[in-house]
Write a protein that binds this ligand. Structure first.
Ligand code: CO8
Length: 260
């Protein structure tokens, strides 16, 4: 696949990295960039050697959101199309069967923050700045920002961000539960990589099912969610990896999980 707006690399440590690579526009998403990400996701899903995916940005932004310049004269139908494009991308990240980490290297604004919220975990550089800034151009979030943000940090803070369009720093984002951790800007990707590589050593089937249970369990009532968990638990119990984990525990060694 020929890539113009992203780079895609796979490492020996089981970690694949997609880098949004349109730094001259602060990695604002356009249609082709989204298509390229979807193609990379397909490859990473199919490649058994890929255990964890990292999504990050080149330059000083993770992403400054949807391409504002393409919104000049936008009709409601075009806006709906744009919203659907972001929804598809976010769903693809959530449906991806392996952990996805958003490595927020700088600005994550509007659609940029929304895409990061569709990732499983968010690691922010101490220099990162985040916001649902759409209101400043007379718009609202259209890639799930009113919904995923609310589910992540609650109505009070979600309304504060969406209504004011202000940016918050990484420390505040961590305090609000918007990011999992803040790491130094210097050597940012090495910090992320270390974390991702550790995650890549965990049992893949268990990770896949845990991700699905946490995401999908929120859409149903507790009893139904617990029933889903029981079934998922039973499936994970049937894996070779569980036997490897138990054997490794008893033999006092590190397990080697194969995703079987
Ligand atoms: N789209 C297009 N180009 C952008 C974007 C963007 N979102 N953000 C920055 N750029 C461009 C700038 O225009 C500039 O290009 P040029 O040099 O050609 O003028 C270049 O990137 C560098 O940006 P700045 O010079 O502005 O850099 P600064 O460091 O001075 O400022 C900021 C950085 C504060 C991040 C500033 O660029 C900014 O405010 N950007 C806009 C951020 C924003 O509001 N994002 C939300 C976009 S709307 C959205 O994402 C909605 C998603 C859902 C839509 C679906 C419903 C319709």
């Amino acid at each position: 696949m020929e890539l113009k707006y992203i780079t895609y690399e796979k490492g020996d440590d089981g970690v694949a990295v997609i880098t949004l690579n349109r730094p001259e526009a602060l990695n604002a998403f356009n249609k082709d960039m989204v298509t390229e990400i979807l193609e990379a996701l397909k490859d990473a899903e199919e490649d058994e050697k890929v255990r964890v995916l990292v999504l990050t940005g080149a330059g000083k932004a993770f992403s400054a959101g949807a391409d504002i310049k393409s919104m000049k004269g936008m009709t409601p139908l075009k806006a709906r199309e744009l919203s659907l494009m972001g929804n598809k991308l976010c769903r693809a990240l959530e449906d991806f069967g392996k952990p996805v980490i958003a490595a927020i290297n700088g600005y994550a604004l509007g659609g940029g923050l929304e895409v990061s919220m569709a990732c499983d975990l968010r690691i922010a550089s101490e220099k990162a700045r985040m916001g649902q800034t759409e209101i400043n151009i007379g718009l609202i979030p259209g890639w799930g920002g009113t919904q995923r943000l609310t589910r992540l940090i609650g109505k009070t803070r979600a309304k504060e961000l969406v209504f004011t369009g202000k940016m918050i720093d990484a420390k505040t984002a961590e305090q609000w539960g918007l990011v999992n951790m803040v790491v130094p800007a210097e050597g940012f990707m090495e910090h992320v990589r270390q974390f991702a590589a550790e995650l890549a050593k965990k049992a893949p089937v268990a990770l896949r099912i845990a991700k699905s249970l946490i995401d999908n369990g929120l859409n149903v009532n507790l009893e139904a969610a617990l029933a889903l968990e029981r079934e998922g638990f039973a499936v994970v119990a049937s894996t070779e990896d569980l036997q490897e984990g138990v054997a490794a525990f008893m033999e006092k060694r590190k397990p080697e999980f194969k995703g079987k």
